[in-house]
Each structure stands twice: as C-alpha cells, then as structure tokens.
Design a protein around this ligand. Structure first.
Ligand code: TYM
Length: 337
C-alpha cells in the first residue's frame, strides 16, 4: 500500500528487446493501463535485463525510446503513473546484488526462461542471464509492490520474487511486501501466428510469427489472414486440440471484450475466412490510434526526457527508502546524509 495515496502498489516492466507485440499488449500493457486509476503504478523499461543477451548499443538506445513512446501511446499516463528506465535508478542493481546472496543456484537452474535463453545463446551463457530472476525480484521488492501484472511466462519469476521476500523477511523481520502476480484470465499466453505451439515472442527472427504494435495495418491484416489454423472449419476455443484457431479467438476476445462462447456463436457455420477477415480489420483499427499517438510522442524527445526525469526521481526516492532499510538490516554502516 502506498502511504501517500492509500492505493495498492503495482510494478511491472518490459525488456527493450525486439519489437513490442500484441502479446505484450494483451498479456501485460492493457492491464497496466486499466490499473492506473485504482493503484499506485510504476512501469519500468528494464534495460539492465536486456543486456543479458548481447545488444548493439545504438539499437538498444533507439529501442528504449521506441518502447517508451509505445508505453505512452498505449495509454500509460505519466500524470498517474511513474514511468522510468531501470538503469536510471541504481538501487535496482544494488538490491539485485543483495538478493543474489540469498538466491540458491538450484532454484535459478530450474528457471525455464534461463534454459530457453541458454539454448538460444550458447556462446554467451553469462552470469547475468542466470541471475536474471534476482534482478527482477529486486525491481519488484524495491517498491514494496502488492501486484505485478504479467503474462503467464513470468509466473516462475514471480514465485522466486515471493520466495526471496519471504526468505529475507524470515531472517531480518518485515522488510519486503510479498507481491502477488496478476496473470490475466484471457490472453496470458498469446501464441505465435505461424507456430501456435510456441509463445509469440518479440525477439523472434521470423516477423510472420508476431504482430508488432508498429506493424503497418496492411502488414498486420496479412499476418492475421496468413496465420496458421487447424484442420476443421469451426471457430472454436480448444487450445489443446485446435491451438491455431484458439489463439486467434483469444486475440479476438481480448481486443473486443467478447467471451469465447459469444464469438463461437457469432461465427457458427461460417468457416474461417469471415472470422479472419473481421479479426484482421479489428487488429488494424486497434493499431491505428496507437501508431498515430506513437508518432507524436516519438518525435518529442524533450517530452520523453521530462517523463523519464520525473520517473527516475520518484523511483529513486521510493526505492531509496527500501534500500536504506535493507542495508541497515544487513548490518552495513549508515551513510551520513
Ligand atoms: P518481457 O519483456 O519478455 O515481456 C513483457 C510482458 O509481456 C508479457 N508477454 C506476453 N503475454 C502474453 N502473451 C505473450 N506471448 C507474451 N510475451 C510476453 C510478459 O509476461 C511480460 O509481462 N522479465 C520480464 C520483464 C521484467 C519484469 C520485471 C516484469 C523485468 N523486471 C518486474 C514484471 C516485474 C520480461 O522479460 O518480460
């Protein structure tokens, strides 16, 4: 709970890697926007996490601006929420180090994201990649977050964050709030358009697999029309037996707010073509205003910097309180103000 607003605290973040996709929107960003009135929200662009795989510096900087502009274009309001870049607030790296000293090699070895990324980047299985969940736990615990809205792929990381909070509190007394994950009931795992057995990933080498928020509407329409569907012709939601069409139904449901049975009923007996055509149109219409707003924000570097400056100073203030407490509990000598 935030003392000044009496609202529960939300924290979430996205890695500036690849292209922000409709999966990130449906699984996370959409809920961030919704939670802004009822919660005290902090949204962070996690650039420290991004360097766990090798990045081109110029691309990374550009992508950070792109992602920030997209956060704002999707409806994150810096008047309500704190928006900042992780590397602007040194406490993230500071607490991550502390938490590293309370995290077991065994628990990190079980992380599926580490196993996946280690497979993909065999020439660079670095310590940062392995310790990534401790940094993510630091992001969350620094702000005493109550709720962390994420897609289903982050569930394991959230569990480690909770375990670390409980472990630290168990040794030193109440220091961290123990956060809850918010994983949406619909769209928590949007699948690849060409390979519906895998998650839609913003870093996929094949652009046909994802719908990027910055795909021109015509490109997005075509990606939907070409998306893999299963044999059969009925519109159905049955992810085990019919993963392709079920994925499209869940995107349709998330964007329209309709439940699966209403969608099924509306397209009963009509086959895939009209359903895909309508979804393609819906996606194009959804992207247009976001892209328009993105264009405005992305050109206004001064505005983006003012948002980040205010965000970093608020985040530093809040995280500083937690860090002081952590260091005191650990037995470090207090720094004179
Ligand atoms: P990242 O950058 O991979 O993804 C950002 C958010 O989007 C969700 N997401 C999806 N949701 C539904 N379907 C998909 N196909 C899909 N792909 C991604 C993710 O679950 C996430 O919510 N480790 C995090 C970033 C992070 C973080 C944090 C999150 C760092 N610190 C603290 C919350 C709190 C990550 O790599 O997300």
């Amino acid at each position: 709970m935030d003392a000044s607003t009496q609202k529960p605290v939300v924290l979430s973040g996205i890695q500036p890697s690849g292209h922000l996709t409709i999966g990130n929107y449906i699984g996370a960003l959409k809920h961030w926007v919704r939670l802004q009135d009822s919660h005290q929200c902090l949204f962070v662009l996690v650039d420290l996490h991004a360097i766990t795989v090798r990045q081109d510096p110029q691309d990374l900087r550009k992508r950070c601006y792109d992602f920030l502009a997209l956060y704002l274009a999707c409806g994150i309001d810096p008047g309500k929420s704190t928006v900042f870049v992780q590397s602007h607030v040194p406490a993230h790296a500071g607490l991550a180090w502390v938490l590293n000293c309370f995290t077991y090699m065994g628990e990190l070895s079980r992380m599926t994201q580490f196993k996946d990324k280690a497979r993909k980047h065999q020439a660079n299985i670095n310590v940062g990649l392995f310790a990534y969940p401790a940094l993510m736990a630091a992001d969350i615990l620094l702000y005493q977050a109550d709720l962390v809205p994420v897609g289903a792929d982050q569930r394991q990381h959230l569990e480690i964050a909770r375990d670390l909070a409980l472990r630290f509190n168990g040794i030193y007394g109440q220091v961290f709030n123990v956060p809850e994950a918010y994983i949406p009931p619909v769209g928590a795992r949007v699948m690849s358009l060409q390979d519906p057995a895998s998650k839609m990933s913003k870093s996929d080498d094949n652009a046909a697999n994802y719908l990027a928020l910055l795909d021109p509407p015509e490109v997005a329409r075509n990606k939907i029309k070409r998306a893999v569907t299963d044999c059969g012709a009925e519109i159905a939601y049955d992810p085990d037996q019919r993963p392709g069409i079920s994925n499209l139904v869940s995107i349709y449901g998330a964007l329209s707010g309709q439940d699966f049975s209403a969608i099924q009923a509306a397209y009963a007996g009509r086959g895939y073509a009209p359903f895909k055509a309508d979804l393609a149109e819906m996606v194009a219409e959804f992207l247009k205003p976001i892209q328009q707003e993105y264009g405005k924000v992305r050109r206004d570097r001064a505005y983006m910097h003012s948002v980040l400056k205010a965000g970093a100073s608020e985040a530093a203030r809040r995280s500083g309180r937690t860090m002081d407490k952590v260091y005191r509990k650990l037995g470090f000598i207090e720094r004179e103000a």
